[in-house]
Design a binder for this molecule. Structure first.
Ligand SMILES: [Ca+2]
Ligand SMILES: [Ca+2]
Length: 95
């Protein structure tokens, strides 16, 4: 029987969930990474910008939109801008 093992895993998962809730409840702002943090995290070659290869998900699919100066890289500024517009126009969809 590996019931105890499952129980243990469940307890750990629960613990993580609880911890996550606890942390985010205590630090509501820490939940949203800043553009700087995002770029830093994804910037594999450490040039301070994100190439299309370095990004994934919504950044990749919106790469052209986010890359406002069309140099093929996303700077912190561009990511910040995209973030701002994303959070601002949640309800009002233009275009
Ligand atoms: Ca890079
Ligand atoms: Ca750019």
């Amino acid at each position: 029987m590996n019931f105890s093992k499952e129980l243990k895993t469940g307890a750990i998962t629960l613990g993580f969930l609880f911890l996550g809730t606890f942390v985010s409840a205590n630090h509501p702002t820490a939940k949203t990474p800043t553009a700087k943090e995002i770029v830093k995290k994804l910037d594999k070659n450490r040039d301070g910008q994100l190439s299309k290869k370095e990004v994934s998900g919504s950044f990749k699919s919106n790469f052209k939109k986010i890359d406002t100066n069309k140099n093929g890289f996303l700077s912190i500024k561009e990511v910040a801008k995209a973030q701002n517009s994303k959070y601002k126009k949640v309800s009002k969809k233009r275009r």
